[in-house]
Design a protein around this ligand. Structure first.
Ligand SMILES: C[S@@+](CC[C@H](N)C(=O)[O-])C[C@H]1O[C@@H](n2cnc3c(N)ncnc32)[C@H](O)[C@@H]1O
Length: 276
């Protein structure tokens, strides 16, 4: 009897488009990752999609409410798919040439082991590999890493490209002669990824960092946007070889932005300097 009741509920649910919040969210994620990057009003587009599946207006409204609510608390789950959409768009919205600061910095360096944090489509990793570096890169965007692998194959260079979140990546200790952080979105505040990155550099190893900055001064600014002079403090255990806070066309933007650039070396800084 009980089985029949449950089965009845299931059939009724399927018939009327019933689903629990988790299911609704999963279906939204599956839809979201397939959408072209240019869509400005995702909510309307998703409503149209649900209607095209035959759901009635009330059910569509309920599902949109669930998606809106969960998007606030589970936004991070959308991030890899946002970048998948970017890399699958066929029309790159970023500079596809290697980062100029990186090109300039490695000109006089002897190639060694390099790590490209959040490699995206691998524009920097491929450049380094073409210059003789032994390169590992990782990113949580499957589409980005797949594109990087394809590009490496086309270019006839070897790059180790991994799908991984920085939260899970084993940076190791004293592993890398060069670490590249090009528009990485790695939080500079609130989690000690930076400490792990510093530890992963070999003595004498070089860090190259470039990113748009927070220009709002707001306390709620995204943790991956450096604030004025913040990099000098965050990477203060390294010897800062170059630091710039400039207005420039950022690699990941269409407009001029406030951009931070840093080149630093893992050379011990006297502790009394850090204490000051
Ligand atoms: C603005 S893009 C920069 C890509 C590349 N470094 C470049 O300069 O072209 C930021 C990259 O960070 C990746 N990303 C963001 N958060 C991540 C995380 N928690 N773990 C792994 N990758 C992440 C995204 O997938 C995206 O490819």
């Amino acid at each position: 009897m009980r089985r029949r009741t449950l089965l009845g509920c299931l059939i009724a649910g399927l018939g009327f488009g019933w689903a629990d919040d988790e299911q609704i969210w999963k279906e939204y994620l599956a839809w979201y990752r397939q959408q072209p990057i240019g869509i400005s009003d995702l909510s309307t587009a998703y409503a149209e999609h649900l209607k095209s599946l035959g759901l009635d207006a009330g059910t569509v409204r309920e599902r949109l409410n669930v998606v809106e609510r969960l998007s606030k608390t589970r936004r991070a789950e959308l991030h890899p798919f946002f970048f998948d959409r970017t890399y699958s768009s066929g029309a790159p919205r970023f500079n596809t040439a290697p980062n100029a600061l990186l090109v300039e910095t490695v000109r006089d360096l002897k190639p060694g082991r390099a790590l490209d944090i959040h490699m995206g489509e691998g524009r920097n990793a491929l450049f380094l590999a073409s210059k003789g570096w032994d390169v590992t890169g990782f990113d949580f965007s499957e589409a980005g890493v797949a594109a990087a692998k394809r590009a490496a194959e086309r270019a006839g260079v070897s790059v180790t490209a991994l799908v991984c979140r920085h939260e899970d990546f084993d940076f190791g200790r004293a592993q890398w002669d060069l670490v590249v952080m090009s528009y990485t979105w790695v939080p500079l505040r609130g989690a000690d990824y930076v400490g792990r990155i510093i530890e992963s550099l070999k003595p004498g190893g070089i860090l190259v960092f470039e990113h748009m900055m927070d220009d709002s001064g707001s306390p709620g600014a995204a943790p991956w946007l450096p604030r004025p002079n913040e990099l000098l403090r965050v990477f203060g255990r390294l010897r800062i070889r170059r630091y710039e806070d400039v207005r420039a066309r950022a690699d990941w933007s269409w407009r001029e932005e406030r951009v931070a650039r840093l080149v630093a070396e893992r050379t011990p800084v006297p502790p009394d300097v850090l204490d000051r």
